[in-house]
Design a protein around this ligand. Sequence first.
Ligand code: ZN
Length: 227
Amino acid sequence: MIFWDEPGYVVAFTTRIGGVSDGVYASLNLTHGTGDDAENVEENRRLACEALDLPYERLAFNRQVHSPTVHRAGPGTRGEPGDGLWTDEPRVPLLAMSADCLPIAITRSESPRAIAVLHAGWRGLSEGVVAAGVHALGSGSLAAVIGPAIGPCCYEVGPEVSGLFDHDLTVDGKLDLWSAAERALRAAGVERVERVDLCTRDYPQLFFSHRRDGRARGVQGVIGAVA
Ligand SMILES: [Zn+2]
């Protein structure tokens, strides 16, 4: 896991390492939506929460649909269509899953503490999922971290996608989603933005990648909670 050291919160990006799934899902795959065994996925989610000392039974996640929809999560709420979750309740782990798209966490730097996690690809970004996540946390000083996602080295897009973003973000037909997310966070008023800047397509041992492996693959994600 890749940890974000933010006081008052637990935030980590999962990798492929440390789970029980086999083959193209090896090993820490967090969805059964792409064909993995549901019991293995449950165990992987439990292991990920355990590694962060967070209660698995309170884990919340969406049924992700590339939308700008952000829900308030309760302990253990699962399966609502949407791509963001937020909470101000301590020790409710929120999961956003991705396999090239951006996993993002946003936190309030002051009291009352609150956190949002987002799944954002080109569609969610262009439709405003970042602004929706910031809005859910309300006013005050915010910080954010952008996790592993397909990088400007690898993310080939057509003009129908590149045209949705600032012109300088596409170079030689490749879109810089990392920077698109940073700009969206700053435009929404987030003061401090940190980036992992690791390309999911380039590290097959560490990350699942849709562009690299197609539909039969797992997902990693971000898990975030108020401590
Ligand atoms: Zn790359």
